[in-house]
Design a protein. Structure first.
Length: 139
């Protein structure tokens, strides 16, 4: 069995945003040389997410609004976590909702995604550098 590891780095200028990373992950699969296996894509920070969905701007606006309604950033006093000097209690909740990672099959050397499926990095406490792990295993 072969394995290949790659890290993707991001510094998002907004507090919350989504970045389509499908092409970056496809590039890592191609670099791996693996034809059949699995690809794990994992946000390595507790205020960021990786998820699969449609690359449609209206859906992304809906997600941002919905997440802000579920876990609003303000008032900061809403979260006990912020009593530690942080201001990102909401970001931890948003990450929990959107998930930490995705696993995608690799078939014939390519990501085996369904129609309209794309891989996204979700940022909920931006303005600093964060990374995503791409780990591909197979043959």
């Amino acid at each position: 069995m072969l394995s290949h590891t790659k890290e993707l780095w991001f510094q998002i200028s907004e507090r919350m945003d989504f970045v389509n990373i499908t092409m970056d992950v496809e590039e890592a699969v191609a670099e791996s040389g693996i034809q059949e296996g699995l690809c794990l894509v994992n946000a390595m920070h507790i205020t960021a997410s990786v998820f699969i969905n449609d690359d449609e701007s209206g859906l992304h606006r809906d997600y941002k609004r919905w997440l802000e309604e579920l876990a609003p950033h303000a008032p900061l006093s809403r979260y006990d976590h912020n009593l530690t000097g942080e201001d990102n209690g909401d970001a931890h909740h948003k990450r929990q909702i959107m998930g930490r990672d995705v696993t995608v099959a690799v078939t014939n050397g390519r990501l085996h995604l369904g129609p309209w499926e794309q891989i996204f990095y979700g940022e909920f406490d931006g303005k600093r550098q964060k990374r995503v792990l791409v780990k591909i295993i197979g043959e």
